[in-house]
Each structure stands twice: as structure tokens, then as C-alpha cells.
Design a protein. Structure first.
Length: 138
């Protein structure tokens, strides 16, 4: 976690899976803020994309979404982060949603088993597709 907290900090949720999303008037929001802290916002983006999108949708859109996030950080004056550096940070942060979903399975009873299995498959696919364990050598 220390390695994954070295980029520009923002307020983060740190638990951005589909069970914590809600929609109101076509706008998304996040529930369950007991883990709020400062940290790398790209970690929340990695968690959200790895667990909330289908594997095909994540693969099709993740690069463009990371670029969009990088532009938003620049627009709001949060760090000097280039898209390729942020993509590297994103790749490394994908290990956290996989770990979180495996811990959720190990503890049991925290979410429906079928949903947990789906999120594990999505997160594992994201880790494999992005070669995330190699990215931890930042």
C-alpha cells in the first residue's frame, strides 16, 4: 500500500465496487464512505473499472478513461501527471481490487457469492490484461 500511495493525492473512497454505487437522476454516486482517506485517486478508478465494468467494456474503454482522468487532474491543478505515468499507476493499483474481492470471498457473507465470483473474474482479468504485478516494480 505504501508503494501505491506515492502519486498525487485526492480524497478517495477506497472501496469503489458496484455494491457501493447508486444512481439518482442519471447521475452516479458512491455509498459506504467509512474508508474515506487521502490517496491516489487512480486507485479508486482502478477499483471501479476492474469491478464495475464487464471485461469487454473495460478493455474497450480503460485507456480513454485514464486519459480523461489525467486531463481532469491537470485541469484542477492536482499534480503534474502525464497520461502514460498515470496508466502505469493504474496498472499497479489493479492488484488492490483483486485482493479486496478475494478477501471478501474468504471472509464470506459480505456479498452474494455469485456477485463476488463475477467481481473476482473481472478483477483477475484486469490484472492479467494489464500485467499488473509487473507494474508494481514501478
Amino acid at each position: 500500500m505504501q508503494l501505491l500511495a506515492q502519486g498525487p493525492h485526492t480524497i478517495i473512497h477506497h472501496d469503489c465496487h458496484p455494491g457501493n454505487l447508486y444512481w439518482q437522476d442519471n447521475s452516479p454516486g458512491l455509498l459506504d464512505w467509512q474508508m474515506v482517506r487521502t490517496g491516489e485517486g487512480i486507485g479508486d478508478i482502478a477499483y471501479l473499472l476492474a469491478t464495475s465494468l464487464s471485461i469487454a467494456d473495460r478493455k474497450a474503454h480503460e485507456i480513454q478513461l485514464i486519459k480523461h482522468y489525467s486531463q481532469a487532474l491537470s485541469r484542477f491543478g492536482i499534480g503534474d501527471v502525464k497520461s502514460k505515468d498515470l496508466l502505469q499507476r493504474y496498472r499497479a493499483h489493479l492488484v488492490h481490487p483483486l485482493e479486496a474481492m478475494l478477501v471478501t470471498l474468504a471472509i464470506g457473507g459480505m456479498m452474494e457469492l455469485k456477485a463476488n465470483h463475477t467481481l473476482i473474474k473481472r478483477a483477475a482479468s484486469a490484472v492479467e490484461h494489464n500485467n499488473s504485478f509487473a507494474a508494481l516494480a514501478l
